[in-house]
Design a protein around this ligand. Structure first.
Ligand code: CA
Length: 226
């Protein structure tokens, strides 16, 4: 998944960014409220983590602006102190959750995961297709209970395809989900990763079909001909 992190504390944004990276998530970081106000399409993100105390423009104003523009991205607020007024105001302004600093990064990761789960309408952190099972908490793909080794990016693409199994995932969606401002992910890289996944899936009972000019569909392979 792709996350927007708006946090002006360099050490904190670095630590959180790394933790998100370990989950296989792409993260774009902004350090200034004005940049967050001006950020183009916030809707490309799966979750936004927004600090309230920002230089340039207050996080609360950023949140109000996003919601006024119709951005539906789930937003988790980071608040400096445990101030009831801020939390209530933030939730009323359209935030979905909040965390009070200092916090444990493991809790932030779990809350972001929960926001994504809710947005996807899932009940658990497991996606299944045929005999494949993706455990989103452990970041592990298993086939018949055996671990399938994958790079974080391959796993992120697998997650996207499994989440929409049987439906076409547009190439642009894959680019948007797997790219971040630091590491540009092109349509050509999508083809490279799809090629790699096809090799890995060769004996696992699922196939990635190309829908020419549009995207890809992951589905169960037809039973092998006798
Ligand atoms: Ca701050």
């Amino acid at each position: 998944m792709r996350i927007l992190l708006v946090e002006d504390d360099p050490a904190l944004s670095l630590g959180v960014g790394r933790a998100f990276g370990r989950e296989g998530w792409s993260v774009d970081v902004l350090h200034d409220g004005r940049l967050a106000l001006a950020a183009g399409d916030v809707g490309v993100y799966d979750v936004a983590v927004l600090d309230l105390g920002l230089p340039g423009c207050d996080g609360m104003d950023v949140l109000r602006h996003w919601r006024a523009r119709g951005a539906r991205v789930p937003v988790l607020l980071l608040t400096a102190r445990d101030e009831l007024g801020d939390r209530v105001e933030g939730l009323n302004a359209g935030a979905d959750d909040y965390l009070v600093k200092p916090f444990d990064v493991a809790e932030l990761v779990a809350r972001v995961r929960a926001l994504k789960r809710r947005a996807d309408g899932r009940l658990s952190e497991r996606l299944t297709l045929g005999e494949l099972e993706l455990d989103l908490t452990q970041r592990e793909l298993r086939w018949r209970g055996q671990r399938v080794h994958m790079s974080p990016r391959e796993l992120a693409l697998t997650e996207l395809l499994m989440h929409k199994a049987g439906r076409v995932v547009p190439k642009e969606t894959i680019v948007a989900t797997l790219s971040s401002w630091e590491a540009d992910f092109s349509e050509n890289s999508v083809e490279v990763y799809v090629h790699r996944l096809r090799k890995r899936f060769a004996d696992l009972g699922v196939v990635i079909k190309t829908v020419r000019g549009f995207g890809y569909v992951l589905e169960c392979a037809p039973a092998a001909a006798a």
